[in-house]
Design a protein around this ligand. Structure first.
Ligand SMILES: Cc1cc2nc3c(=O)[nH]c(=O)nc-3n(C[C@H](O)[C@H](O)[C@H](O)COP(=O)(O)OP(=O)(O)OC[C@H]3O[C@@H](n4cnc5c(N)ncnc54)[C@H](O)[C@@H]3O)c2cc1C
Length: 433
């Protein structure tokens, strides 16, 4: 079935089937292989076609407009690339390579539009990772809307004073026993799709004394809840076709069962934390851990776009009576660009396979993949500008946009420094600061 065949009423049924497929696939023992299956090659080529034919030609325009490219998201929804069924199909791939392959191709097309399409998946990952079966079936399809009424979703963890330091979150969620509602208050910063989304997954503190162990994730639908509003939209260096904004929660009331995992489980978790017992990782960290290799794949897509463009350019451009690639300094740079991209991809695929097959990260392999890919994307796009010379520095050529887009991969979903902190703690078993 393609996404276009799905009506709103059928969506929950489709969601349940997809969740079952994902759960069944996770229980199989899948050997790691770098040889893509025919299905994976077909999906890669299909997404590549969309990236080349729909995204690339519109990339410059939407970067200049600095607006959410709704027509592109709608096009993606029409062909089943944006929507619950699509993401479930990519995620269900038992090798774990479905999501990174799709993300690399999309972000090869354009990172701003790629994020406009994939930004929803951070909220989806939070609901999938922390929600009950019923919540997954209800909320994930609502994150995407329908083909005729496309929606986006937002994941709101960061705050003005809580970026890398997630434990500093000050947004509160208090339970009102009289009305059996949660009351949320606070300010969220930098939320991708913040304010333009319907479903907002908001991380708030239920018990401040417990620091990040007192956090919980709440679903706040803009269409239902009063007291949630969009703050200032951020004007950015890159990813400009992706909407980023503050979100305000002002006595925002939501029903008891809008806490992910349910109130009963939350109460049990908080009680364990108060007794000093260990819980699974906190609400923000659990989402970031799961999504890091996929984010790394996005950075790879940008890097590959810049490398391919620079390679073609170097084979065409002549100076001193020869192609510039005939100079070793240019050829060697391109050789290193290719090698670094391939090395980063190996880390991304390894972490994706481990994550999908529930092989525990022992040395922060997810963080390694994201750190390496982000650094490679920044370096490769910068070198691409160099290879294009003056042209590389102008907005007439796409490499300067790719360089602007790449930089965010050193910053969001854990900065490069935070990834190193995570890796160094994992390898040493010590609390490096
Ligand atoms: C385009 C964009 C989209 C985003 N989307 C989302 C989103 O959808 N949802 C969301 O919740 N957030 C989002 N963010 C926020 C993003 O996750 C944060 O910007 C990021 O976590 C860094 O936090 P910060 O900006 O407050 O930097 P800070 O935490 O203030 O860090 C500043 C600098 O100090 C360094 N630093 C901090 N602590 C340490 C330490 N202990 N050791 C060494 N160095 C340290 C950092 O590495 C960094 O270099 C987005 C941000 C951007 C720019």
């Amino acid at each position: 079935m393609s996404a276009t065949d799905v009506t709103a009423a059928e969506t929950t049924e489709a969601a349940e089937a997809a969740v079952e497929a994902i759960t069944n696939a996770a229980s199989k023992d899948v050997t790691f292989s770098m040889a893509l299956t025919q299905d994976q090659k077909d999906i890669r080529d299909w997404v590549h076609g969309f990236a080349a034919d729909v995204m690339r030609p519109a990339a410059h325009e939407w970067d200049e407009k600095e607006k959410t490219p709704w027509p592109i998201i709608q096009e993606a929804a029409k062909i089943g690339l944006y929507g619950f069924e699509g993401i479930a199909q990519f995620f269900a791939d038992p090798t774990g390579l479905g999501l990174p392959i799709v993300n690399e191709e999309l972000f090869w097309g354009d990172a701003g539009m790629g994020m406009a399409i994939m930004g929803t998946s951070l909220a989806v990952a939070a609901i999938f990772g922390q929600g009950s079966g019923e919540q997954i079936g209800e909320w994930i399809p609502r994150c995407f809307g329908t083909v005729d009424d496309v929606k986006v979703a937002a994941f709101c963890s960061s705050e003005p004073n809580a970026g890398s330091d997630v434990s500093a979150i000050r947004t509160t969620a208090k339970f009102d026993e009289a009305t059996k509602e949660w009351v949320l208050n606070g300010q969220k910063a930098w939320a991708t799709n913040g304010g333009i989304a319907d479903v907002h997954v908001v991380i708030a503190t239920v018990d401040r004394e417990l620091n990040s162990r007192g956090h919980a994730a709440f679903v706040v639908p803009m269409s239902e809840a009063k007291g949630i509003s969009e703050g200032a939209k951020v004007s950015k260096h890159g990813l400009r076709a992706s909407h980023t904004a503050d979100v305000y929660l002002d006595d925002c009331r939501i029903p008891e069962n809008y806490v992910l995992g349910g109130k009963e489980k939350l109460d049990e978790r908080l009680a364990r934390a108060k007794e000093g017992k260990k819980n699974k990782s906190n609400a923000s960290m659990a989402t970031f851990e799961a999504s890091r290799p996929t984010v790394g794949a996005q950075a790879l897509g940008i890097a590959r776009a810049a490398y391919e463009y620079a390679l073609d350019y170097a084979k065409e451009r002549e100076q001193f009576g020869k192609k510039i690639i005939e100079n070793q300094s240019i050829a060697f740079t391109l050789a290193r660009m290719k090698m670094e991209i391939d090395a980063a991809r190996l880390l991304v695929w390894r972490a994706s396979w481990m994550g999908r097959n529930q092989v525990p990260f022992e040395n922060a392999e997810g963080s390694m993949s994201k750190l390496k890919s982000g650094e490679v994307a920044v370096w490769v796009t910068e070198r691409a500008i160099q290879i294009l010379g003056g042209n590389g520095y102008t907005r007439e050529f796409p490499v300067e946009r790719w360089h602007r887009d790449a930089k965010i991969y050193d910053i969001f979903e854990g900065t490069a420094e935070i990834q190193q902190l995570v890796i160094s703690r994992a390898i040493s078993g010590m609390h490096i600061k």
